[in-house]
Design a protein around this ligand. Sequence first.
Ligand SMILES: *Cc1c(COP(=O)(O)O)cnc(C)c1O
Length: 464
Amino acid sequence: MHRHDPSIARLADHALDYALERVRMDPVPLDAPKSYEELHAAVGETITPDGIGGDKALQLFVDVLAPACISVDHPRFFAFIPGAPTEASVIFDMVVSASSIYTGSWLEASGAVYAENQALRWLADLAGFPESAGGVFVSGGTSGNLSGLIAARHRWRTRTEGRHDRTRGAILASRSAHSSVVQAARAMDADVFDVPVDERGRLLGSALRSTIDALSQDDRDRVFAVVATGGTTNVGVIDDLRGVADVCEREGIWFHVDGAYGLAALCAPSVRELFVGIERADSFIVDPHKWLFGPFDCCALVYRNVHDGRRAHTQHAEYLDVLHGGESESGPWLEMNPADMAHHLSRRARGLPVWFSLATHGTRAYTDAMEMTLDVTRQAVDEVRRRPDLELVLESDLTVIVFRRLGWSSEQYAAWSDHELATGHSFVVPTTWRGETVLRLCIVNPRTTIDDVRAVFDALEQPT
Ligand SMILES: *Cc1c(COP(=O)(O)O)cnc(C)c1O
């Protein structure tokens, strides 16, 4: 375990060679899951008193473990919400790993925090946030939503001067909101009041208005946040952010926008208009590991007023005192501690791969890549309309396509999906829309071409 052990140096070469080879594979193999029995037969016990040796462990990873993990960046990975990190971001993720940076505090990681903050500022500017904005990169949208909502509740309780310190709070959100919103409420022991959606699954300002009006005064007083979605996970529609902002402003309620998937498209002029209203949010999240070409795991959480985040999340202890004192009570906080912005303390510099890739390619390349995925999606939608066996279920705002294969049962969808994955052809899974099993494609990879999509549609026309 010595630093200059020659066998470790050789191992490092092998591991780095493999890593570079993986980054440059084009296309990567799709791969597929294996059962516990299959993996156990091929791998067995690897943690032993003497170790099995790095060469053996690496070989097991390359030959058995990695092929049992689906490549999210495969151009025909259309399930869930995939990701497609740039080569620059992946390489820099390795640099971050090599650098042993504790990125919780300005004291320990000023250089890294400075660079991460430039990437956050780019996002804040895209949203039209003021100078007071700031935030942090957390592990994912689930954690970002929880931290944003904790800050919302903190502000509500502070503003009501202790009257609600023991009141169970409530969040207003629609059924189209991501599962992590309900999960955050559960973690916070808060309620979620349902706001009905329109026919495309969107939360509108008018429905929010009537939902609030129908609440009892006690329930109304418990509401500390409204969550709107900037690109729903299931069907890719954008809530009425402007209408929701109007209501939140009038009612003095924190407005959180969950844009884990969709807010990446703030940099895409062809759809930017759909996000009008985001500039009035109190907080938003967007996952660079989804549609902003960064590696796992990475979510940008941005507060309109950085101090809202700080007041809710700063941890206090004798051994942390040295980190505090520099923060002003208002105005931009330039030498911030990322630990103070979310429900965490120690953290990886997970924003640096995003920063490095942005710095390398420039923001215009991001706009171009984003527009490419939007363009392939539009072509794919036209293709669905042209094919007699397929039928579009609803019009998406972004890059999710939800459609039917006419005449198929849910068993047929499932069997077809399994077959596609098992043969390494594509990864597409069914979803449900208003109780009906349908198919869903999500396109976030600029390497996905219309021919990749056509290959999936062709496969749907084969008899099963
Ligand atoms: C994916 C997603 C999340 C959860 O993000 P994770 O990074 O998977 O935790 C939250 N909200 C929306 C809208 C999403 O699409």
